[in-house]
Design a protein around this ligand. Structure first.
Ligand SMILES: Cc1cc2nc3c(=O)[nH]c(=O)nc-3n(C[C@H](O)[C@H](O)[C@H](O)COP(=O)(O)O)c2cc1C
Length: 366
């Protein structure tokens, strides 16, 4: 059976399945999600779709075919590049990768815990950065047919390394993707899902400075590097973060990643899904994605875009919005706020379950 058919059936059953005891739901969805992705990566749509040309945006000299592309974590090991290119994505993002391969989190007998909240258009995950490592994945990136759509790669310091090694190998990894001819790099400064807590929260300025000195200042070609922060970032922090990025010569910012503000997001989870939500957040923690992040991502990205106008850094700098982007209207709201590029994850899979490989065609035809 094709991934689109499975996804369509599953969408109809989802509201029922998610009423089962939470432990069963998490166990079924965590393994089912992986089986589904295994099928998806074998599929290439037969009919290519190109978004209307007036939707394309040029940022950093790169032509994005439309203002929306996949978010990090969807294709951790470089899967599905041709698939999303044929579907009509604006660009492709691989990763998040780490220097060493990681198998990701396991707890209560569940590997890579995930739970959907279909009526809330949301989900929780506590994956813990499973990926095949930068050596393997940069080789895969090098082999992708880059003529189709631009390619970015998300990367972060491995949670298995500490101190100097963590940064040294982060930069080594960035060099591998630079050599693999990717078009841009996104640094994940916001993953809530590592067993060691949140080491990337400390010492941000020193880390960014290290990356500036050891990578940004030594780039041998134009290779934009953007930094992705959490959607839990306080709005008041945005100017300081932007000043750091301007000063250290970064090329953009992305707001942002999943949320761990469980109480705050809970109000946006419908009553019937709160038992599952409470179970997941209490047992695994993890990050919340989807519609509950819509307002935060717009507010943070919009604030960053506004600040960008007044800050005028010497480098070309852009703001990306990720979190709860589901519709053309969301993309238009981003644009009104000065945000020209969006990424989506939860919304993409929800739309895929309705329209299969016509996901971008339908998005732009409404
Ligand atoms: C299952 C899953 C895995 C994710 N993995 C990553 C990741 O590896 N790196 C990252 O930067 N963000 C990761 N994210 C966060 C997404 O890239 C995105 O920032 C977040 O889900 C909000 O977007 P959405 O509301 O469109 O889902 C992941 C999200 C989900 C649901």
């Amino acid at each position: 059976m094709k991934a689109a058919t499975i996804s369509n059936w599953e969408r109809k059953l989802r509201p029922l399945i998610t009423k089962l005891p939470p432990k069963i739901v998490v166990s079924k969805y965590s393994s089912g999600r992986l089986d589904f992705l295994d099928k998806l990566k074998l599929e290439i749509p037969s009919k290519p779709y190109s978004p209307p040309t007036d939707l394309s945006v040029e940022l950093w000299g790169i032509t994005f075919l439309s203002p929306i592309m996949n978010a990090a974590g969807m294709f951790k090991n470089g899967e599905c590049y041709e698939m999303v290119a044929m579907q009509g994505a604006g660009a492709y993002l691989g990763g998040t990768g780490t220097w060493n391969p990681r198998i990701g989190n396991k707890k209560e007998g569940v590997h890579l815990p995930f739970a959907p909240y279909p009526n809330s258009h949301s989900a929780s995950n506590w994956l813990g950065l499973p990926n095949d490592g930068d050596n393997v994945n940069s080789n895969r990136a090098a082999k992708l047919k880059k003529i189709l759509i631009p390619i970015g790669w998300s990367i972060m310091g491995s949670p298995d390394l500490q101190g100097d090694d963590k940064l040294r190998y982060l930069v080594e990894g960035m060099r591998l993707y630079e050599k693999a001819s990717v078009d841009f790099i996104e640094i994940n400064e916001s993953c809530p899902n590592t067993q060691h807590g949140r080491p990337q929260d400390d010492d941000l300025a020193n880390r960014l400075n290290y990356i500036k000195q050891n990578f940004l200042d030594q780039r041998s070609r134009r290779l934009p590097v953007i930094v992705k922060f959490s959607n839990d970032t306080h709005r008041e922090q945005v100017p300081n973060l932007m000043d750091l990025l301007f000063g250290f010569n970064f090329d953009g910012v992305n707001f942002g990643n999943t949320s761990t503000a469980y109480e705050k997001r809970r109000v946006n989870v419908v009553e019937s899904e709160r038992k599952l939500y409470d179970f997941f957040t209490q047992i695994f923690g993890g990050g919340i994605s989807g519609r509950p992040l819509k307002e935060s991502s717009l507010e943070l990205a919009g604030t960053a875009a506004e600040y960008l106008k007044s800050g005028s850094p010497s480098q070309e700098f852009h703001v990306i919005r990720t979190g709860g982007v589901e519709t053309l209207q969301d993309i238009q709201e981003s644009k009104r706020a000065g945000v020209l590029l969006n990424q989506w994850f939860t919304g993409y899979f929800e739309e895929f379950s309705k329209h299969g490989h016509n996901v971008y065609r339908r998005l732009f035809s409404i």
